[in-house]
Design a protein around this ligand. Structure first.
Ligand SMILES: C[S@@+](CC[C@H](N)C(=O)[O-])C[C@H]1O[C@@H](n2cnc3c(N)ncnc32)[C@H](O)[C@@H]1O
Length: 187
């Protein structure tokens, strides 16, 4: 009985330490970014896939890819296209890799843990963003410089201040909800 209690105590201790380390890693990885990990609501995924208008030859970059849900939704509709997820934070990147592992590691989806502001984006044909306004402003000059003519970008909820969208798609959600509008841009 005493041995059982000791084993139980040790297991509890390990679980508590793992939880504390997990919370520290999570918080530290959020503190690294200008736009913390806020996952997009699942019901906004189908309109995002539609708005992107992907083809088999497309190369979609999700800038700040979080847990990879946008990439995976797009891949389910267009498995032959190529997908690159870039996220600087550790915890969302782990979630994304776990999601891909459960799907049998699709060869066409790559998750990179790095800063998209210093990553070459020139081979994108499509870009998705769900970021904050300050980051969108930092990103625009880089996109103007690097993206090929004809690249299509869909931003959820946050438009660029200095660029007219081709289209604004209202997703018909309550004003305070996440995922209310999609802004479609052409480069
Ligand atoms: C609002 S979340 C969006 C997650 C995902 N795209 C989605 O729609 O569910 C923003 C993500 O951008 C990442 N991020 C912020 N700044 C970044 C940067 N400079 N480089 C790479 N990732 C960044 C954050 O770590 C976070 O996971």
């Amino acid at each position: 009985m005493q041995v059982f209690l000791i084993v139980l105590y040790v297991l509890f201790l390990i679980a508590a330490i793992a939880a504390i380390v997990g919370i520290i890693i999570w918080e530290a990885s959020l503190a690294l970014t200008d736009a913390p990990f806020v996952p997009i609501p699942p019901e906004t995924l189908p309109p995002i896939v539609e708005a992107l208008k992907l083809a088999d030859t497309s190369v979609l970059y999700d800038l700040g890819s979080g847990d990879g849900r946008v990439l995976v939704s797009c891949w389910m509709h267009h498995p032959k296209a190529s997908y690159v997820g870039i996220d600087v934070a550790l915890a969302p990147t782990w979630f994304a890799r776990w999601r891909l592992f459960r799907l049998g590691r699709p060869m066409t989806i790559h998750i990179m843990r790095r800063n998209f502001l210093t990553t070459d984006l020139s081979n994108a044909t499509h870009v998705f963003t769900y970021l904050f306004p300050g980051l969108m402003e930092k990103l625009l000059p880089k996109l103007e410089r690097e993206l090929k003519p004809g690249t299509r970008l869909v931003s959820c909820d946050f438009p660029f201040k200095g660029k007219e969208p081709l289209e604004v798609i209202d997703l018909g959600r309550p004003e305070r909800a996440r995922g209310r509008r999609l802004y479609v841009y052409g480069f």
